[in-house]
Design a protein around this ligand. Structure first.
Ligand SMILES: [Mg+2]
Length: 259
């Protein structure tokens, strides 16, 4: 019996917090920002978990600001300064959002803290565990590897280049991660076997699953508090290292061809 030649599997990869630790860059920048706000406000946070303290304010603001997580950082600076003076974090965030918090930090100091924050955010992220090995193995297996991102394509390309990962994938697709985007790309590439690897259940896993892809959940260190539970979305696989991806993809292929 002749062996049917298979089209290579298509593997979609989320970029931020899947291939590299974007969140780690945010964490470092947020901790640095807190230290700067403390020094400007003349008050130390008593929070045991300093990052959680910043993020409580950050997420409250992001949830209610029209720009979401891209809200202007001075709102965070104002909210933290208020919270350091004993204001409840949720209330401090609300006051910052409507611009009626106490002006505890001078405008020019706020500008300096904000500039330092933006500079920190420009640091290169660390590559997540197993990414280089996993990408090399996918490449060796002849997989069609696509990065799918809702961030600006140029930014993802720049980070990939900076980290030396840019030669390991076919292309970067920028767009809303809706089921029809996956379906359209799969029609174009002519592959039936497809996988999606991502760190977000709602944005990476759920829509890919709805499009009929096999889903691989690679949780990162930080999950926003409004995320759905793992059980509700039900990814096909959950991994601790990206190096597990090629094994899953190749095992699925063996199962399908029965070889
Ligand atoms: Mg992500």
């Amino acid at each position: 019996m002749e062996t049917r030649r298979q089209a290579p599997a298509t593997v979609f990869l989320d970029a931020d917090n899947t291939l590299w630790d974007t969140d780690g860059v945010f964490a470092a920048a947020q901790l640095h920002l807190l230290a700067a706000v403390e020094s400007a406000a003349g008050r130390q946070s008593v929070a045991e978990d300093r990052l959680a303290f910043v993020r409580a304010a950050d997420q409250r603001i992001a949830e209610h600001h029209h720009a979401g997580l891209r809200y202007p950082p001075r709102l965070l600076i104002a909210a933290l300064a208020d919270a350091l003076h004993g204001e409840d974090v949720a209330r401090a965030a609300r006051l910052a959002l409507v611009g009626s918090g106490k002006e505890r930090i001078a405008e020019d100091v706020m500008g300096v803290i904000e500039a330092a924050y933006f500079s920190d955010l420009g640091h290169a992220p660390a590559i997540r565990p197993g990414v280089e090995a996993g990408l090399l193995a996918l490449e060796a297996a002849g997989c069609n590897v696509l990065i799918i991102t809702e961030a600006a394509r140029a930014k993802v390309e720049r980070t990939a280049k900076r980290l030396g990962l840019d030669t390991h994938f076919t292309r970067i697709v920028e767009g809303a991660k809706r089921p029809d985007l996956y379906r359209r790309i799969l029609r174009l590439t002519g592959t039936r076997e497809a996988f999606m690897v991502g760190d977000q259940l709602d944005r990476d896993i759920a829509p890919a699953k709805a499009a009929g892809l096999e889903t691989i959940y690679f949780p990162g260190g930080f999950q926003p508090r409004w995320l759905p539970a793992v059980g509700k979305v039900g990814p096909d696989y959950t991994i601790a290292s990206f190096a597990e991806v090629p094994d899953i993809v190749l095992a699925e292929r063996r199962a399908i061809t029965g070889s």
